[in-house]
Design a protein around this ligand. Structure first.
Ligand code: NAD
Length: 261
């Protein structure tokens, strides 16, 4: 168990990739703080399931990643509750699909806040404790869209390119402190986020659901398979191991060959 007596905080972990990562850390013995929105009973089921399946403590924070003061309070609360935040995964993210000239300004602001600025504020709050303890792992869920673009996803692509740069800068600042900072950049992972953008893509491009899946989503992915949330979680767990202590400032693709093209 690589994470025994450590605490991991994963933003946006009430579903999809974040929940799989939180469960992956709990399997390795970490206490976990999950975060995000959803139905009360679903969140409680996920939280209690982590405790009972893995024998660790799990807490849910409903901090809103558009609110810097709530982000700082979430990190402070985790440190007080479990003693430290040793692993921080900035994973919360949303998508919006539209041509630039019709892109609603509030959606632009929201995506930049949740997908990029929240990582900055969470890191700002968690780094002092990591430096003090001379150990830390910061993992940012970026995307293939941190390396290449697609049309109609301007805010998302801008935020994901931004988080890739933020991660490199943080990696250099923290290199002397045994704190690593890396991005995981998945291609298309089958989660509610991907499922929810299908109707908008159908509308924006005038396609059927099957065409969006085959000709837009998996078109980019030479393996013609979706990445699974458990595969992303396994990479996050590896990044927390001693074997990964020299991996820092990296942007690790898991995209079925998408960005090799
Ligand atoms: P998801 O919709 O399943 O999960 C998103 C999570 O973020 C949920 O827990 C949600 O409650 C939370 N969230 C949304 N707004 C929030 C806010 N304001 N404050 C706090 N939490 C908030 O999506 P997912 O596919 O698991 O995506 C997770 C991350 O992975 C995102 O950063 C996404 O960009 C990235 N990603 C996803 C894919 C994919 O294909 N699914 C590919 C590459 C990168």
């Amino acid at each position: 168990m690589t994470l025994k007596s450590k605490t991991a905080l994963v933003t946006g972990s009430t579903s999809g990739i974040g929940l799989a990562i939180a469960r992956g850390f709990a399997r390795e013995g970490a206490d976990v703080v999950i975060n995000g929105f959803g139905k009360r009973e679903d969140i409680e089921k996920a939280r209690a399931g982590i405790e009972s399946e893995f024998g660790v403590r799990a807490h849910h924070s409903d901090a809103d990643m558009t609110r810097p003061e709530q982000i700082a309070a979430m990190v402070r609360d985790a440190e007080e509750r479990f003693g430290s935040v040793d692993v921080l995964v900035n994973n919360a993210g949303i998508q919006f699909v539209s041509a630039i000239e019709e892109f609603p300004a509030e959606k632009w602001e929201q995506i930049i806040a949740i997908n990029l600025s929240s990582a900055f504020y969470a890191m700002q709050a968690a780094i002092p404790g990591m430096k003090r303890r001379e150990w830390g792992r910061i993992i940012n869920t970026a995307s293939a869209h941190s390396l290449v673009a697609s049309p109609y996803k301007s805010a998302y692509v801008a935020a994901k390119h931004g988080i890739a740069g933020l991660s490199k800068s943080a990696a250099l600042e923290l290199a002397p402190h045994k704190v690593t900072v890396n991005c995981i950049s998945p291609g298309y992972v089958w989660t509610p986020l991907v499922e929810a953008q299908i109707p908008d893509t159908m509308k924006a491009r005038g396609l059927t659901k099957e065409q969006v899946i085959d000709d837009v989503l998996l078109k980019a992915q030479p393996t013609k398979e979706f990445v699974t949330v458990d595969q992303v979680a396994a990479l996050a767990v590896f990044l927390c191991s001693d074997a990964a202590s020299q991996i820092t400032g990296a942007n690790l693709s898991m995209d079925g060959g998408w960005t090799a093209q």
